[in-house]
Design a protein. Structure first.
Length: 283
């Protein structure tokens, strides 16, 4: 029986804002279709066609401000909301508030919600602070988490490494989310990438310990997913499918999906990961 598949982690961003070194890293290996990808960033119809041909019903449009490392400023939030407005039932806009730059953390979270943003993205390695930096004096981060908790806005946090120039991979340790889950018990936290490739055991500990923390598996080669998380079936009710396309090393939506479907998983488990859990978290 068919069901709607959600890829919750696709990078549709204003690439014209990328810093030159970051753009060079993003472009590596994509020279033969770079112009096509650039056009895709401005044309939702192109993305919807790709989704249809790949068997994907919905995608999450990952966006977040990172002006000093990636180049994205706060306008990336309006970009995501405008892009998603082309098909609001299929395109789920993500946005962010940068705690090192905001002057009104709670108010800026409210602005995201007013725009129609469905999830706030925190990227410690690109925004240059650990996910629990509010315990170390970055007060604005705690206020962002608290406001998201109050307003029911999920938060996705990058865990694991990053290859982009200047990224601080040391802040990708998912164990820092242990603090976040304790201090904000009603905040729904989506752990992107499961701490790949170094911190899978820490990720599994945090995921099993906290009912408000979810696993999102993008950026992990699907064929190796059960090597990273051999007890994945224990997390079947809180794991979300994602690819990280078109980030470096990710071929396309359908290729990753086909690899996942080839895993020896119970069909009910596969359905929860590919469809049911994302529909519950992002109705």
């Amino acid at each position: 029986m068919s069901y709607p598949i959600t890829d919750i982690h696709v990078h549709i961003q204003p690439w014209d804002q990328l810093k030159p070194r970051v753009m060079a890293a993003m472009r590596r290996g994509k020279e033969d279709h770079w112009e096509w990808l650039v056009a895709l960033m401005g044309d939702p119809a192109m993305l919807l066609e790709i989704m249809d041909s790949s068997g994907i019903a919905r995608v999450g449009l990952i966006n977040y401000p990172s002006p000093d490392l990636m180049g994205f400023d706060d306008s990336t939030n309006a970009f995501a909301a405008t892009y998603a407005a082309a098909a609001p039932d299929r395109l789920i806009p993500f946005g962010g508030v940068h705690p090192r730059f905001t002057k009104d953390p709670a108010g800026d979270v409210d602005k995201l919600i007013d725009l129609g943003i469905r999830c706030l993205k925190i990227h410690p390695s690109h925004q240059l602070f650990p996910a629990n930096a509010y315990t170390q004096g970055l007060v604005a981060l705690g206020r962002i988490y608290a406001r998201c908790e109050e307003r029911g806005l999920p938060v996705m946090v990058h865990t694991g490494t990053s290859i982009f120039p200047g990224a601080r991979s040391k802040w990708g340790n998912p164990l820092e989310l242990d603090d976040v889950a304790i201090d904000f018990p009603d905040l729904r936290v989506v752990m992107a990438h499961g701490g790949r490739p170094f911190w899978m055991s820490q990720a599994f500990f945090v995921l099993r310990r906290h009912p408000n923390v979810y696993l999102e598996v993008s950026g992990i080669p699907p064929g190796k997913l059960l090597e990273y998380f051999p007890r994945l079936e224990e997390l079947a009710d809180k794991t979300l499918w994602g690819t990280d396309w078109p980030s470096p090393g990710v071929r396309d939506l359908k290729h990753n999906l086909d690899q996942f479907r080839a895993l020896p998983l119970d069909p009910a488990t596969a359905r929860r990961i590919l469809s049911d859990n994302s529909l519950a978290l992002f109705p």
